[in-house]
Design a protein around this ligand. Structure first.
Ligand code: IMP
Length: 380
């Protein structure tokens, strides 16, 4: 059972990238299983900010990185992403394996995602929804199809140049990734499955229609990689210590302007994919309880606790009889970024964590206290 899944528990932007990278350090492989360039997983490596769109960020540490069949790929963006990461991973093309069943995003998909209904949802305008639409309608083009004779008859002249370049760069990367994973899982290798977006954006279980067009919860690991339930060793949900949201839809725990501004500024809450400022609010325990129900995690990892430092009071919001109820907790002023032992955390931070655990009945197995990869603490 060697797969560890890292899943977002909210509306994305929980800081999953850093957590997936942390787990990847001790794993053999990493894999993305859904979503596409609408994700923007940010990592700070030697002080440099790296944003991962389609590549799993464990590629920095693993010998093999998989882009699974459940992912949708923008060819031009993947070429650029690989070029950027190549200076950190010179043999990136030897380590990357792309499912030959992953669907390709074309300019026509982006065009369809740029007006009308997409505007109401507030999508990232990256063609994600239309590409999954064509997949479900059975008219999409997959990476493996790009190698078939006559395929260019189905591709617009506008796209041919990029597709040619894409095939040239990645031909040796296209593979049956479900088979590759099966062989490696059977050899006992460990895999980190890196989720994108979060439970509240899941096409089936999120706040429909204000959702993305893929499943983002536990089941998607299986369908998006072509593995079985017995391959999963652990599922960890990642949640930010406060809520953030980019697109449309309800946001019940949005904070008053002064608190929101504090969180936006201190948390650098600018969306990696769209460059939009994220709306911010207090941690919604009902949402977390719901995410735990649909994901059945083995544990929760709370991120961005350092951002709350300096607030005299912090709040957790639950729901009593349909009305949001705010629990007021004493805040903390200490900078916790350099704390490396659980027992050295201020008692208010530990109280915040244990209150979350009690309310959602999931153990907080670790926390992140800053953007750097080593600001990570496991609970004893
Ligand atoms: P789409 O995924 O581009 O179709 O956008 C659908 C909704 O999901 C919009 O509200 C987006 O802002 C949101 N969304 C998609 N990907 C992410 C993400 O990685 N982080 C946060 N929100 C996202």
């Amino acid at each position: 059972m060697p797969i560890t899944a890292i899943l977002g528990a909210q509306w994305g932007d929980e800081g999953k990238g850093k957590i997936a990278a942390q787990f990847s350090k001790s794993s053999d492989m990493c894999a993305r299983f859904q979503g596409g360039p609408n994700a923007g997983h940010t990592l700070y490596v030697d002080g440099v900010k790296l944003v991962f769109r389609m590549l799993p960020c464990g590629i920095l540490y693993n010998t093999c990185a998989v882009i699974g069949n459940g992912v949708v790929i923008n060819p031009q963006m993947l070429i650029s992403e690989v070029e950027k990461i190549q200076s950190y991973v010179p043999d990136i093309l030897d380590r990357l394996v792309i499912s030959n069943s992953a669907h390709v995003i074309f300019p026509s998909h982006i065009e369809r995602d740029s007006h009308g209904h997409a505007d109401t949802i507030g999508t990232t305008r990256m063609g994600i929804g239309p590409t999954y639409e064509d997949k479900i309608a059975r008219i999409g083009i997959r990476t493996g199809d790009l190698l078939l004779p006559g395929i260019f008859d189905k591709i617009s002249a506008e796209s041919s140049h990029v597709i040619n370049q894409f095939v040239e760069v990645f031909t040796n990367c296209f593979s049956d990734t479900s088979l590759l994973l099966r062989e490696n899982l059977d050899r006992g290798l460990n895999v980190v499955a890196e989720g994108a977006q979060g439970a509240l954006l899941d096409i089936d279980h999120g706040d429909y229609p204000y959702v993305t067009s893929s499943n983002t919860t536990t089941g998607a690991v299986l369908t998006g990689l072509g593995v079985g339930p017995r391959d999963i060793k652990a599922v960890y949900m990642v949640a930010s210590s406060y809520m953030t949201k980019v697109g449309g839809g309800k946001f019940l725990t949005r904070a008053p302007a002064s608190i929101e501004e504090f969180l936006q500024t201190k948390g650098d809450e600018i969306d990696g994919a769209t460059n939009k400022m994220r709306a911010c609010g207090w941690l919604d325990l009902c949402a977390l309880r719901y995410a735990a129900r649909v994901n059945q995690p083995d544990g929760l990892i709370l991120t961005k606790l350092d951002v709350l430092s300096g607030l005299p009071e912090v709040r957790l919001v639950s729901n009593s009889g349909g009305t949001p109820h705010e629990h007021k907790l004493v805040g903390w002023s200490d900078d916790i970024r350099s704390v490396r032992r659980w027992c050295d955390l201020p008692k208010q931070v530990r109280h915040f964590i244990s209150s979350v655990e009690e309310e959602i009945n999931v153990r907080v197995v670790a926390i992140s206290t800053g953007p750097e990869t080593d600001s990570f603490l496991s609970q004893d």
